[in-house]
Ligand binder design. Structure first.
Ligand SMILES: Cc1cc2nc3c(=O)[nH]c(=O)nc-3n(C[C@H](O)[C@H](O)[C@H](O)COP(=O)(O)O)c2cc1C
Length: 378
């Protein structure tokens, strides 16, 4: 049988991802002082056991000031490396590629956990026994009404944050990650610089598109220099937002990112002035962001990942066959089914032998099928 495109490898620089299934970064709000916990180990390990080619660790913060929520993962100190190393070793041992998304919340810093309402933290109360942290951003405009007004970043703040990104990339390399993604989407710090809705600066970091892109490109260039030559660098963009950032802007940005050595653009959307798509209650259609991945891929000539309500194997495979993207990122459906990759393969009539599963499981399931058992049997 011809291998479905979803299960063909993708080589970027020196890294070969064994199939096109990417676990989309998904924050768990379960870290302690930025350190991962057993929850994270079990959570991420499942996806590698489930056969996904690329397992992304959630938005990990480059400095404590960049924490969105108490419970965010961090890699702002060396002590945070060792627990992550154990995780990357496990992911690799399952045949998957370990990857990390790196972020700074900027003006969205200080958010309650989703299940606590997702609103701004009450700054008059201690947060889980820890101190509050300063909120910075490109300009003195808050995210939503009632949210803190950020202190506009000086040039030296900008330089400090770029340095923090570099130091985090170096720690990520020590922790054993093979791919690093700069989070430039969902209304977080980089997106705040990109979007005219949140950037009202009058210096060289604000105003024209070229100026608003400067911070994103400085970070990408600096990280590329610090991140090993053979390891791919991704950038997640909000391809369009509700504050005036357009798909044409994203295409210009993607061309510039490519010049900085970014290998793939991960195409999400929105979050600058409303809730990100997953946090909002609006219903979206299957594959609602795929057209962005297609446009950026075609017009900027760069590899893309498609994300957003991609539900099953046939849908994912068709996106690849139509050349709309190079990787398929799965978020919530992975939470529902951590063995999504193995199930997608079966839905495409592939991998009857369960080779995408760990041998500890696959051997038995294969034997059961060989014995003639089907789930329809009474
Ligand atoms: C629990 C949860 C946490 C998320 N955390 C992140 C994150 O850390 N970084 C990010 O870029 N997107 C994050 N997202 C968005 C997902 O990566 C993905 O883009 C979104 O869920 C849409 O894909 P889906 O329809 O397959 O879920 C999160 C989504 C969920 C459901």
């Amino acid at each position: 049988m011809k291998i479905p495109l979803l299960f063909t490898p993708l080589t970027l620089r020196d890294v070969t991802i064994p199939n096109r299934v990417m676990v989309s970064p998904m924050a768990q709000y379960s870290a302690v002082d930025g350190f991962i916990t057993d929850w994270h180990f079990a959570h991420f390990a499942k996806f590698a056991m489930g056969g996904a080619g690329l397992v992304f660790v959630e938005a990990t913060k480059v400095e404590r000031r960049g924490l969105g929520t108490v419970g965010d993962m961090g890699l702002w100190k060396d002590e945070q490396i060792a627990p992550l190393k154990r995780l990357t070793q496990f992911i690799r041992a399952q045949g998957s590629v370990p990857a990390i998304q790196v972020n700074h919340a900027g003006r969205k810093a200080g958010t309650l956990k989703p299940w606590d309402g997702f609103g701004p933290l009450d700054r008059s109360m201690p947060v889980e026994g820890e101190e509050h942290w300063e909120v910075i951003g490109p300009s003195a405009t808050s995210y939503l009404e009632g949210w803190p007004i950020p202190r506009p970043m000086s040039k030296s703040d900008i330089a400090d944050v770029v340095d923090a990104w570099v130091a985090t990339a170096q720690r990520a390399e020590k922790a054993g990650f093979d791919i690093l993604e700069v989070h430039g989407a969902h209304g977080y710090l980089i997106h705040q610089f990109l979007s005219p809705a949140s950037n009202h600066r009058t210096d060289e970091y604000g105003g024209s598109l070229e100026n608003r892109m400067r911070f994103a490109l400085e970070i990408s260039r600096a990280v590329r220099k610090a991140w090993p030559e053979g390891k791919p660098l991704f950038f997640r963009v909000s391809s369009v937002d509700e504050g005036g950032w357009t798909i044409e802007d994203s295409i210009v940005l993607a061309r510039e990112l490519k010049k900085c050595g970014v290998d793939l653009v991960d195409c999400s959307a929105s979050g600058i002035a409303i809730r990100s798509p997953t946090a909002s209650r609006n219903v979206a259609n299957r594959g609602f962001q795929v057209p962005y991945a297609e446009a950026i891929r075609r017009d900027a000539g760069i590899a893309t990942a498609a994300v957003g309500l991609i539900i099953d194997g046939p849908q994912a495979d068709e996106i690849l066959r139509r050349q709309q993207a190079d990787l398929i990122a799965i978020g919530r459906e992975m939470l529902y089914d951590p063995f999504w990759a193995a199930h997608a393969a079966h839905a495409l009539g592939y991998d009857a032998e369960f080779s995408l599963m760990p041998k500890q499981y696959g051997w038995w399931l294969n034997r059961r099928t060989k014995s003639g058992f089907t789930k329809d049997a009474k």
